[in-house]
Design a protein around this ligand. Structure first.
Ligand code: DOR
Ligand code: ZN
Length: 330
Protein backbone atom coordinates (compact mmCIF):
# COMPACT_ATOMS: atom_id res chain seq x y z
CA UNK A 1 0.00 0.00 0.00
CA UNK A 2 1.21 3.50 -0.87
CA UNK A 3 0.11 7.02 0.00
CA UNK A 4 0.54 9.58 -2.76
CA UNK A 5 0.67 13.21 -1.67
CA UNK A 6 0.32 16.03 -4.18
CA UNK A 7 2.62 18.98 -3.56
CA UNK A 8 2.99 18.76 0.22
CA UNK A 9 3.63 22.12 1.88
CA UNK A 10 5.22 23.05 5.17
CA UNK A 11 3.64 26.36 6.08
CA UNK A 12 6.11 27.23 8.90
CA UNK A 13 9.78 26.31 8.67
CA UNK A 14 13.11 27.46 10.08
CA UNK A 15 16.01 26.79 7.73
CA UNK A 16 18.72 28.91 9.43
CA UNK A 17 21.79 29.96 7.45
CA UNK A 18 25.39 28.93 6.72
CA UNK A 19 26.31 25.28 7.27
CA UNK A 20 23.11 24.56 9.20
CA UNK A 21 21.11 25.66 6.16
CA UNK A 22 23.19 23.37 3.95
CA UNK A 23 22.59 20.46 6.33
CA UNK A 24 18.85 20.83 6.87
CA UNK A 25 17.42 22.31 3.65
CA UNK A 26 17.49 19.05 1.61
CA UNK A 27 15.15 17.31 4.09
CA UNK A 28 12.44 19.78 3.18
CA UNK A 29 13.24 20.52 -0.46
CA UNK A 30 13.37 16.78 -1.19
CA UNK A 31 9.96 15.89 0.20
CA UNK A 32 7.92 19.08 0.05
CA UNK A 33 6.85 21.22 -2.90
CA UNK A 34 7.20 24.38 -0.87
CA UNK A 35 7.63 25.87 2.56
CA UNK A 36 7.05 29.17 4.33
CA UNK A 37 10.47 30.32 5.45
CA UNK A 38 10.79 32.04 8.82
CA UNK A 39 12.82 35.27 8.92
CA UNK A 40 14.36 35.05 12.42
CA UNK A 41 17.99 34.89 11.36
CA UNK A 42 20.85 36.39 13.38
CA UNK A 43 20.21 39.53 11.36
CA UNK A 44 16.45 39.36 10.75
CA UNK A 45 15.18 39.24 7.17
CA UNK A 46 13.69 42.72 7.19
CA UNK A 47 14.36 44.11 3.72
CA UNK A 48 13.67 43.03 0.17
CA UNK A 49 17.39 42.76 -0.43
CA UNK A 50 17.73 40.29 2.46
CA UNK A 51 14.71 38.33 1.21
CA UNK A 52 16.30 37.96 -2.20
CA UNK A 53 19.70 36.98 -0.86
CA UNK A 54 18.25 34.44 1.59
CA UNK A 55 16.03 32.90 -1.08
CA UNK A 56 19.05 32.38 -3.33
CA UNK A 57 20.94 30.73 -0.48
CA UNK A 58 18.00 28.42 0.20
CA UNK A 59 17.69 27.37 -3.42
CA UNK A 60 21.43 26.74 -3.65
CA UNK A 61 21.36 24.63 -0.45
CA UNK A 62 18.14 22.83 -1.29
CA UNK A 63 19.12 22.01 -4.84
CA UNK A 64 15.61 21.18 -6.08
CA UNK A 65 13.83 22.73 -9.04
CA UNK A 66 10.47 21.52 -7.75
CA UNK A 67 10.53 23.48 -4.52
CA UNK A 68 9.13 26.93 -3.80
CA UNK A 69 10.63 28.91 -0.93
CA UNK A 70 7.77 31.15 0.20
CA UNK A 71 9.64 34.00 1.83
CA UNK A 72 8.54 36.14 4.76
CA UNK A 73 9.71 39.52 5.96
CA UNK A 74 10.34 40.05 9.67
CA UNK A 75 7.66 42.44 10.90
CA UNK A 76 8.59 46.05 11.54
CA UNK A 77 6.86 49.18 10.33
CA UNK A 78 7.27 49.29 6.56
CA UNK A 79 6.41 52.14 4.19
CA UNK A 80 3.92 51.83 1.37
CA UNK A 81 6.78 51.91 -1.14
CA UNK A 82 8.63 49.11 0.65
CA UNK A 83 5.52 46.94 0.73
CA UNK A 84 4.70 47.57 -2.92
CA UNK A 85 8.23 46.55 -3.87
CA UNK A 86 8.19 43.41 -1.70
CA UNK A 87 4.64 42.22 -2.27
CA UNK A 88 5.28 39.83 -5.17
CA UNK A 89 8.36 38.29 -3.58
CA UNK A 90 6.95 37.39 -0.19
CA UNK A 91 4.07 35.25 1.02
CA UNK A 92 3.55 37.38 4.11
CA UNK A 93 5.11 39.18 7.04
CA UNK A 94 5.94 37.39 10.29
CA UNK A 95 5.31 39.22 13.52
CA UNK A 96 7.18 38.27 16.69
CA UNK A 97 6.49 39.95 20.03
CA UNK A 98 9.91 41.25 21.14
CA UNK A 99 12.02 38.61 22.89
CA UNK A 100 9.33 35.92 22.87
CA UNK A 101 11.45 33.22 21.23
CA UNK A 102 14.70 32.49 19.38
CA UNK A 103 16.09 35.65 17.70
CA UNK A 104 13.01 37.78 18.17
CA UNK A 105 14.68 40.57 20.14
CA UNK A 106 13.87 43.16 17.47
CA UNK A 107 10.20 42.13 17.34
CA UNK A 108 7.23 44.27 18.32
CA UNK A 109 7.27 45.68 21.85
CA UNK A 110 4.38 48.11 21.50
CA UNK A 111 1.32 46.81 19.69
CA UNK A 112 -0.24 50.25 19.47
CA UNK A 113 2.36 51.42 16.95
CA UNK A 114 1.79 48.94 14.14
CA UNK A 115 -1.65 49.77 12.76
CA UNK A 116 -0.46 51.82 9.82
CA UNK A 117 1.60 48.97 8.45
CA UNK A 118 -1.21 46.48 9.13
CA UNK A 119 -3.64 48.70 7.30
CA UNK A 120 -1.31 48.82 4.27
CA UNK A 121 -0.95 45.03 4.43
CA UNK A 122 -4.70 44.65 4.53
CA UNK A 123 -5.10 46.93 1.52
CA UNK A 124 -2.36 45.11 -0.44
CA UNK A 125 -3.54 41.65 0.64
CA UNK A 126 -0.27 40.74 2.33
CA UNK A 127 -0.90 38.06 4.99
CA UNK A 128 0.21 38.57 8.61
CA UNK A 129 1.80 35.53 10.27
CA UNK A 130 1.96 35.80 14.05
CA UNK A 131 3.83 34.16 16.90
CA UNK A 132 0.98 34.67 19.34
CA UNK A 133 2.34 34.64 22.88
CA UNK A 134 2.32 37.27 25.64
CA UNK A 135 5.12 37.78 28.15
CA UNK A 136 3.02 36.26 30.94
CA UNK A 137 3.24 32.94 32.76
CA UNK A 138 4.43 30.36 30.28
CA UNK A 139 1.27 28.23 30.23
CA UNK A 140 -0.98 31.28 29.84
CA UNK A 141 0.92 33.12 27.11
CA UNK A 142 -1.10 31.91 24.16
CA UNK A 143 -4.42 32.50 25.88
CA UNK A 144 -3.37 36.00 26.99
CA UNK A 145 -2.38 36.89 23.44
CA UNK A 146 -5.90 36.15 22.17
CA UNK A 147 -6.91 39.72 23.10
CA UNK A 148 -4.30 40.99 20.64
CA UNK A 149 -5.54 38.60 17.95
CA UNK A 150 -9.09 39.74 18.65
CA UNK A 151 -8.24 43.39 18.17
CA UNK A 152 -6.32 42.66 14.96
CA UNK A 153 -9.01 40.41 13.50
CA UNK A 154 -11.72 42.98 14.20
CA UNK A 155 -9.81 46.12 13.24
CA UNK A 156 -8.54 44.59 9.99
CA UNK A 157 -11.32 42.26 8.83
CA UNK A 158 -9.79 41.76 5.38
CA UNK A 159 -6.28 41.08 6.66
CA UNK A 160 -5.46 37.36 6.45
CA UNK A 161 -4.06 36.57 9.91
CA UNK A 162 -2.34 33.25 10.50
CA UNK A 163 -2.01 32.12 14.11
CA UNK A 164 1.22 30.18 13.94
CA UNK A 165 1.75 26.90 15.77
CA UNK A 166 -1.37 27.00 17.96
CA UNK A 167 -1.29 24.77 21.02
CA UNK A 168 -4.50 25.37 22.98
CA UNK A 169 -8.18 24.53 22.87
CA UNK A 170 -8.97 28.27 23.15
CA UNK A 171 -6.93 28.99 20.03
CA UNK A 172 -8.92 26.40 18.07
CA UNK A 173 -12.15 28.08 19.20
CA UNK A 174 -10.74 31.46 18.25
CA UNK A 175 -10.00 30.35 14.67
CA UNK A 176 -13.64 29.33 14.36
CA UNK A 177 -14.83 32.82 15.24
CA UNK A 178 -13.10 34.87 12.52
CA UNK A 179 -13.25 34.06 8.80
CA UNK A 180 -10.08 36.10 8.16
CA UNK A 181 -8.08 33.95 10.59
CA UNK A 182 -6.23 30.70 9.80
CA UNK A 183 -3.82 28.66 11.89
CA UNK A 184 -0.93 26.28 11.55
CA UNK A 185 -0.38 23.23 13.74
CA UNK A 186 2.92 21.40 14.15
CA UNK A 187 3.52 17.68 14.15
CA UNK A 188 4.83 17.69 17.71
CA UNK A 189 1.84 19.59 19.10
CA UNK A 190 -0.36 16.80 17.72
CA UNK A 191 1.66 14.29 19.74
CA UNK A 192 2.95 15.64 23.05
CA UNK A 193 1.85 17.44 26.20
CA UNK A 194 3.88 19.25 28.85
CA UNK A 195 4.19 15.91 30.64
CA UNK A 196 6.37 14.62 27.83
CA UNK A 197 8.67 17.64 28.25
CA UNK A 198 9.03 17.88 32.05
CA UNK A 199 6.77 15.23 33.59
CA UNK A 200 9.58 12.72 33.99
CA UNK A 201 13.23 13.31 33.25
CA UNK A 202 13.49 16.62 31.45
CA UNK A 203 13.50 16.26 27.67
CA UNK A 204 15.37 19.14 26.04
CA UNK A 205 14.56 17.76 22.60
CA UNK A 206 10.86 18.38 23.23
CA UNK A 207 11.40 21.92 24.50
CA UNK A 208 9.93 24.43 22.07
CA UNK A 209 7.94 27.65 21.96
CA UNK A 210 5.05 27.65 22.46
CA UNK A 211 5.54 24.93 25.05
CA UNK A 212 3.30 21.86 24.70
CA UNK A 213 0.20 22.20 26.88
CA UNK A 214 -2.41 20.08 28.67
CA UNK A 215 -4.04 16.80 27.53
CA UNK A 216 -7.30 18.69 26.83
CA UNK A 217 -5.42 21.03 24.50
CA UNK A 218 -3.83 18.12 22.67
CA UNK A 219 -7.23 16.52 22.24
CA UNK A 220 -8.72 19.70 20.92
CA UNK A 221 -5.93 20.18 18.34
CA UNK A 222 -6.26 16.56 17.26
CA UNK A 223 -10.05 16.81 17.00
CA UNK A 224 -9.75 19.89 14.78
CA UNK A 225 -7.08 18.44 12.50
CA UNK A 226 -8.54 14.93 12.27
CA UNK A 227 -11.94 16.30 11.40
CA UNK A 228 -10.56 18.29 8.47
CA UNK A 229 -10.85 21.79 9.91
CA UNK A 230 -11.06 24.13 6.91
CA UNK A 231 -8.66 26.79 8.19
CA UNK A 232 -6.05 24.75 10.04
CA UNK A 233 -3.04 23.63 8.03
CA UNK A 234 0.30 21.98 8.58
CA UNK A 235 3.33 24.03 9.61
CA UNK A 236 6.12 21.95 11.12
CA UNK A 237 7.96 24.75 12.96
CA UNK A 238 10.94 22.47 12.40
CA UNK A 239 13.65 24.46 14.16
CA UNK A 240 17.09 22.83 14.24
CA UNK A 241 19.61 23.61 16.96
CA UNK A 242 22.99 21.85 17.27
CA UNK A 243 23.37 19.35 20.14
CA UNK A 244 25.47 21.68 22.24
CA UNK A 245 22.63 24.25 22.25
CA UNK A 246 20.10 21.64 23.43
CA UNK A 247 22.13 19.63 25.94
CA UNK A 248 23.33 22.50 28.10
CA UNK A 249 22.16 25.04 30.64
CA UNK A 250 19.90 27.44 28.82
CA UNK A 251 18.59 24.91 26.31
CA UNK A 252 17.40 26.52 23.05
CA UNK A 253 13.72 26.15 22.10
CA UNK A 254 13.03 24.19 18.94
CA UNK A 255 12.25 20.72 17.59
CA UNK A 256 13.81 19.46 14.36
CA UNK A 257 11.06 17.49 12.67
CA UNK A 258 11.64 18.06 8.95
CA UNK A 259 13.06 14.58 8.21
CA UNK A 260 10.19 12.76 9.90
CA UNK A 261 7.25 15.07 9.25
CA UNK A 262 5.54 13.22 6.41
CA UNK A 263 6.06 9.65 7.71
CA UNK A 264 4.88 10.61 11.20
CA UNK A 265 1.86 12.53 9.95
CA UNK A 266 0.91 9.49 7.88
CA UNK A 267 1.04 7.38 11.07
CA UNK A 268 -1.10 9.83 13.02
CA UNK A 269 -3.76 10.10 10.34
CA UNK A 270 -3.71 6.34 9.77
CA UNK A 271 -4.06 5.65 13.51
CA UNK A 272 -7.31 7.61 13.64
CA UNK A 273 -8.55 6.13 10.36
CA UNK A 274 -8.45 9.49 8.55
CA UNK A 275 -5.73 9.08 5.91
CA UNK A 276 -8.30 10.59 3.55
CA UNK A 277 -7.73 13.97 5.25
CA UNK A 278 -3.93 14.05 5.04
CA UNK A 279 -3.79 15.70 1.59
CA UNK A 280 -6.07 18.42 2.86
CA UNK A 281 -3.93 19.17 5.92
CA UNK A 282 -0.59 18.91 4.13
CA UNK A 283 -1.41 21.06 1.10
CA UNK A 284 -4.97 21.78 -0.03
CA UNK A 285 -6.01 24.03 2.85
CA UNK A 286 -2.85 26.11 2.52
CA UNK A 287 -3.37 26.46 -1.24
CA UNK A 288 -6.92 27.68 -0.70
CA UNK A 289 -6.21 30.00 2.19
CA UNK A 290 -3.13 31.63 0.64
CA UNK A 291 -4.17 31.23 -3.02
CA UNK A 292 -1.03 29.24 -3.83
CA UNK A 293 -0.09 27.26 -6.92
CA UNK A 294 2.90 25.24 -5.73
CA UNK A 295 5.19 23.28 -8.05
CA UNK A 296 3.65 19.96 -9.04
CA UNK A 297 5.41 17.29 -7.06
CA UNK A 298 4.12 13.88 -6.09
CA UNK A 299 5.55 12.34 -2.97
CA UNK A 300 4.93 8.65 -2.38
CA UNK A 301 5.00 7.08 1.06
CA UNK A 302 5.57 3.33 1.15
CA UNK A 303 4.80 0.99 4.01
CA UNK A 304 8.42 0.17 4.71
CA UNK A 305 9.56 0.62 8.28
CA UNK A 306 12.76 2.44 9.20
CA UNK A 307 14.49 3.66 12.30
CA UNK A 308 14.91 7.40 12.81
CA UNK A 309 18.65 8.12 13.27
CA UNK A 310 19.95 9.59 16.53
CA UNK A 311 21.56 12.46 14.68
CA UNK A 312 21.47 14.13 11.32
CA UNK A 313 24.80 15.94 11.29
CA UNK A 314 24.83 17.98 14.51
CA UNK A 315 21.08 17.88 15.08
CA UNK A 316 18.91 15.33 16.84
CA UNK A 317 15.63 14.81 15.01
CA UNK A 318 12.20 14.49 16.57
CA UNK A 319 11.50 10.78 17.12
CA UNK A 320 15.18 9.77 17.16
CA UNK A 321 15.49 6.01 17.65
CA UNK A 322 11.83 5.32 16.91
CA UNK A 323 10.72 2.87 14.25
CA UNK A 324 8.30 4.48 11.78
CA UNK A 325 5.95 2.57 9.50
CA UNK A 326 6.04 4.85 6.46
CA UNK A 327 9.05 5.73 4.31
CA UNK A 328 9.38 8.38 1.64
CA UNK A 329 10.02 6.63 -1.70
CA UNK A 330 13.11 8.08 -3.37
O1 DOR B 1 10.61 26.43 19.45
C1 DOR B 1 10.77 27.36 18.69
N1 DOR B 1 11.91 27.50 17.98
N2 DOR B 1 9.80 28.26 18.56
C2 DOR B 1 9.97 29.40 17.85
O2 DOR B 1 9.06 30.19 17.81
C3 DOR B 1 11.25 29.68 17.19
C4 DOR B 1 12.01 28.46 16.94
C5 DOR B 1 13.46 28.71 16.58
O3 DOR B 1 13.71 29.59 15.73
O4 DOR B 1 14.32 28.04 17.11
ZN1 ZN C 1 8.72 29.03 14.27
Amino acid sequence: MNIVLNSPLDMHLHLREGTMLQDVAPFTTGSFAGAVIMPNLVSPVDSLEKVRRYKEEIHAAGNSDSFAAYMTLFFKNYTRAELIAAKDEIIGIKLYPAGITTRSESGVSNFSTIDETLSLMEEMEIPLLVHGESNGFVLDREREFLTVYERLAETFPKLHIIMEHITTAEAVEFVDRYPNVSATVTLHHLMITLDDVIGGLMEPDLFCKPIAKRPEDLESLRDAVFSGHERIMFGSDSAPHPRHKKECCGCAAGIFSAPVALPMLAELFEDVGRLDLLQNFISDIACKRYGLHPPEKQITLEKISWEVPELYGKVKPFGAGRTLRWSIAR
